[in-house]
Write a protein that binds this ligand. Structure first.
Ligand code: IVH
Length: 667
């Protein structure tokens, strides 16, 4: 097998595994094996750029940044659907369309997914464009971001038309949403309130790498174009399924409106068991010929309608407002309710978010309140029954002291939340910090979990994070449920964490707004902890993608003597306080330079050359623009790239000249 054949083989393999995992939900290999194949593909593609393909499975990881999403006109407008809310209205719809077409009419019933609609164009089996709905006439071109969604095929299989459009809904399943929010909480970032807005926001993120990390999924439900294979909507969906699309299996053909109503009633009950949100049922005429006869009104097709479920509400009493303290000291008011059954679950609590929300609702203890479960996972209070209120009831006064440690709360301008400033001694903050420090994405300490942390804190065996590294086996053995083996594992886990790279140590400290990505950027820029400790607000704001809020938070953290002390003690215990050799800066010879590496090289691989550029302070960019400083040109560099460089008068240098240039600059 030559290199090209191997690349093609890997692409086909990965495409199939992707389809099995994300579309069929039946994994065929382990994540580890998948990652190995993907790694091999990425490395072969980077060493052989002449075989680059925008539809390769390697493109799923993202990387391209879109500053402004272009607006593109839809070939067919993206209309909305008329709504119905009762059986009676559904029967009226049935009568209406029977007047338009005096034949037997079969319906297709589908679930109404609660996400954002997307229109995908496929040319010769390849995804070429993805547009949002926009105003219905024109939408945003979000192709780069959509390519990162694993359940959307980049390359179709089977007997597909050469050109067609297919529409569907991008959404976030419950499990992914929960994990995403847990990660955000760990990073000290605000959590998302509902899946729909998060899905829609995710499509507009500029950096597609970040989009690739969002748990987006996509169901397809409408094929358009002159080449759709069948006259029946249902059969077209089945065909789409065979080409690799994720078409939901809950869809059913219904002979008449009675069958439609049975479907609606069934899903009104079952919807709470689904792993994603739906807000209704969509009813469509199955025959495309009949659809065409019925046509459209200005806003929506006459041949389809939505039945919207009522957002379930329940009336209950607000017993008490309590306040939770998070890892970063953020205070969240919580409504403790008289337990009430809502959407299949017993609801006891609802979040009140912050002081503004309490003021807006004018909510008071003892009030009768309506709770609703809409797109949100956590129920919300939508209405306060004020007439029933006691004559002497007083407005809620937000607490001024921390409920856990009595410190006076602070609220800075522009921040919706109140904070407890006592990061060192406030129990939930300490516990949260430990839990974050040991978590998988931070120091990943094997053998140490939240229960052990709780025990160690309770017994006062640890108070500050570095205390973990001073634990001895004889301290641990007397603890409840701590066998010798577990104690040894815990110590081994701590020892192993000393190899965790600097960027993760930085993330593990739990500085507010320093999540994984920001920690990586800071580590790369500052290279070692001391440089970061010395950085001023202004220095930090000059780092690419670090804004005022993050800069302020970093300065605030290191201004605190006790935090500096933590870092110092961790350094003494030999945790990584500088980037590894790979990421180490060698010189600043290329500072400010934007370099394009293109073609095939003799001495180094493209990946190695890019690393060298970074190590000397330069920035790798993908395409030649007038801002490019120079191009390192190898063999087989594409003629159009060469032409572009010449047109813009960008210098082209060879691999040897590049190495020489660096050697001259460094010596
Ligand atoms: S068909 C012209 N089918 O609901 C027909 N839409 O209120 C276009 N939606 O914009 C839509 N599930 O975002 C259709 N099974 C489904 C759907 C669905 C969710 C959304 C879609 C549309 C909105 C209309």
């Amino acid at each position: 097998m030559n290199v090209f054949e191997r690349i093609q083989f890997l692409r086909t393999e990965l495409r199939q595994h992707n389809h099995s995992y994300y579309v069929l939900d039946k994994p065929t290999i382990s994540d580890f094996e998948f990652d190995k194949l993907l790694e091999e593909l990425i490395s072969l593609e980077s060493e052989n750029p002449e075989f680059f393909d925008t539809h390769s499975p390697s493109q799923r990881v993202g990387g391209e940044v879109t500053k402004n999403f272009n607006t593109v006109k839809h070939q067919y407008p993206m209309l909305s659907l008329g709504n119905t809310y009762s059986e009676e209205e559904l029967r009226e719809f049935d009568k209406r369309i029977h007047k338009l077409v005096e034949e037997q009419i079969e319906y297709v019933c589908e679930l109404k997914y609660d996400g954002v609609s997307i229109s995908l164009t496929y040319e010769n089996g390849q995804l070429t464009q993805a547009l949002t709905r926009g105003d219905g006439t024109q939408g945003d071109n979000v192709t780069t971001n959509v390519k990162t969604i694993k359940s959307i095929p980049l390359q179709l299989q089977g007997n597909f038309p050469s050109f067609f459009e297919i529409r569907g809904e991008i959404f976030i399943p419950h499990a992914g949403f929960k994990a995403l929010n847990a990660d955000r909480e760990q990073a000290g970032l605000e959590t998302f309130a509902n899946t729909r807005n998060t899905a829609s926001g995710s499509l507009k993120i500029q950096d597609s790498k970040e989009v690739a990390e969002r748990p987006l999924d996509c169901f397809l439900y409408h094929m358009l174009g002159k080449q759709t294979p069948y006259d029946l909507h249902y059969e077209n969906l089945e065909a789409a399924k065979s080409w690799g699309f994720k078409v939901p299996s809950e869809t059913e053909c219904c002979k008449d409106i009675d069958a439609v109503i049975r479907f609606v009633k069934k899903w009104d009950k079952l919807r709470h068991d689904l792993p994603y949100d739906i807000d209704g049922i969509v009813i469509k005429v199955n025959s495309l010929r009949q659809q065409e006869q019925m046509g459209f009104t200005a806003k929506s097709p006459r041949w389809a309608i939505a039945y919207k479920f009522k957002a379930e509400q329940a009336l209950t009493t607000l017993n008490e407002i309590t306040y939770q303290v998070g890892r970063t000291g953020a205070i969240t008011p919580v409504a403790n309710l008289e337990p009430v059954l809502l959407a299949g679950t017993l609801v006891k609590r609802a979040s009140l978010h912050n002081a503004d929300q309490i003021a807006k609702l004018d909510i008071r203890e003892g009030d009768k309140v309506y709770v609703e479960k809409g797109g949100e996972i956590i129920p919300k209070i939508v209405w306060v029954e004020k007439q029933d209120r006691d004559l002497f009831s007083q407005p809620t006064v937000f607490i001024t002291e921390c409920p856990e440690c009595t410190s006076e709360l602070i609220r800075t301008e522009g921040d919706a939340k109140h904070y407890c400033p006592n990061s060192e001694n406030c129990p939930p903050q300490i516990k949260g910090k430990f839990e974050h420090f040991i978590s998988r994405k931070a120091m990943n300490i094997d053998g140490l979990g939240p229960e052990t942390i709780e025990l160690l804190l309770k017994k006062r065996m640890v108070q500050s994070i570095p205390d973990l590294y001073e634990l001895k086996i004889n301290d641990l053995l007397p603890l409840e449920r701590m066998a010798e083996k577990s104690a040894e594992n815990l110590l081994k886990g701590l020892e192993a964490s000393k190899q965790i790279p600097f960027e993760r140590v930085l993330f593990a400290l739990g500085i507010r707004y320093v999540g994984e990505t920001v920690a990586k950027k800071l580590a790369k820029h500052y290279q070692h902890m001391q440089a970061l400790l010395d950085a001023t607000q202004e220095d930090l704001e000059n780092v690419e993608e670090i804004g005022e809020k993050i800069a302020e938070s970093v300065v605030f953290y290191f201004a605190d003597e006790s935090n500096r002390n933590i870092v110092q003690r961790l350094a003494k215990h030999a945790l990584q306080m500088e980037v590894g050799d790979e990421d180490k800066a060698v010189s600043n010879a290329l500072e400010g330079a934007s370099v394009v590496v293109s073609g095939v090289f003799k001495q180094f691989s493209r990946t190695e050359l890019k690393k060298i550029i970074e190590q000397h302070g330069g920035k790798n960019v993908g395409s030649i623009t007038k801002k490019t400083t120079f191009v390192v040109a190898g063999e087989n560099m594409g003629p159009s790239k060469r032409q572009k460089a010449e047109d813009l008068a960008i210098p082209l240098i060879t691999e040897e000249e590049f190495i020489q240039k660096l050697a001259n600059a460094v010596c």
